[in-house]
Design a protein around this ligand. Structure first.
Ligand SMILES: Nc1nc2c(c(=O)[nH]1)N(C=O)[C@@H](CNc1ccc(C(=O)N[C@@H](CCC(=O)O)C(=O)O)cc1)CN2
Ligand SMILES: Nc1ncnc2c1ncn2[C@@H]1O[C@H](COP(=O)(O)OP(=O)(O)OP(=O)(O)O)[C@@H](O)[C@H]1O
Length: 192
């Protein structure tokens, strides 16, 4: 077993153990934190995700963005480019279908597709993070590929969302890993 595999299993289990009340409180706290952070609150087009496997639930944040007219997008697995994501518009009436991981996503419709360069922020799910901004995901490399150009000015800035229990002392990194410039947990706003 690799380090990464063990870390993923351990942290995924820790976040699945959070109670519904803890999850709800965390989700509401994050929405309030974004609302009080001007550069996050003012974004016009943002990508979020639908919570899976104990992830911090962005739904209250999505509702808040909707309420102020911000355009919200969700990741959709690319139908023929393995490991890549597309971003589709998400509105309260958007039809969702489960992808091959069982995560709901908008049904593919080119009219709802936004080139990622037109997003201002990508809120990224993650499994684990450390105090240097290193991020470990579910292992598909989807967000690493999506974010590979952002620090060269190509593409939107990522903002990690996580529970405090997902922090590790140090995450083993590879050359393709994209460190986060910013991450929100219920107790802290990290900026690197
Ligand atoms: N909520 C959410 N949506 C997301 C992601 C995410 O991390 N969270 N992704 C971020 O990349 C993409 C999906 N990536 C995923 C990668 C692996 C698994 C997963 O469950 N892997 C299983 C093995 C599954 C299998 O191969 O059948 C596992 O690790 O147990 C799930 C999602 C796009 N959407
Ligand atoms: N920019 C990239 N270009 C090509 N392959 C990549 C890129 N980024 C990651 N990969 C590949 O994706 C695989 C998974 O990477 P990794 O385990 O770091 O994913 P992750 O960060 O956990 O997942 P995710 O980014 O989806 O949350 C690796 O085998 C790696 O080779």
């Amino acid at each position: 077993m690799t380090d990464r595999h063990q870390i993923r299993q351990q942290i995924r289990q820790a976040r699945r153990r959070l109670t519904t009340a803890e999850q709800d409180a965390a989700a509401r706290t994050i929405a309030q934190r974004v609302a009080g952070t001007p550069h996050l609150a003012s974004a016009r087009r943002v990508a979020l995700y639908l919570a899976n496997d104990g992830e911090l639930d962005p739904q209250p944040l999505i509702d808040w963005y909707w309420s102020r007219g911000t355009q919200v997008y969700l990741p959709v697995l690319h139908p023929f480019s393995p490991g890549h994501l597309l971003f589709l518009r998400y509105a309260p009436d958007t039809a969702l279908i489960a992808n091959r991981f069982g995560i709901p996503e908008p049904r593919l419709d080119v009219r709802l597709l936004l080139p990622k360069a037109e997003l201002e922020l990508i809120y990224t799910p993650l499994v684990a993070f450390d105090a240097a901004g290193n991020r470990m995901g579910m292992g598909g490399g989807f967000y690493d590929r999506t974010l590979s150009g952002w620090h060269r000015g190509q593409g939107p800035r990522p903002v990690g969302l996580a529970h405090d229990c997902q922090q590790l002392a140090a995450i083993p990194t590879d050359h393709w890993d994209v460190p986060l410039p910013e991450l929100l947990t219920p107790s802290r706003h990290w900026r690197w």
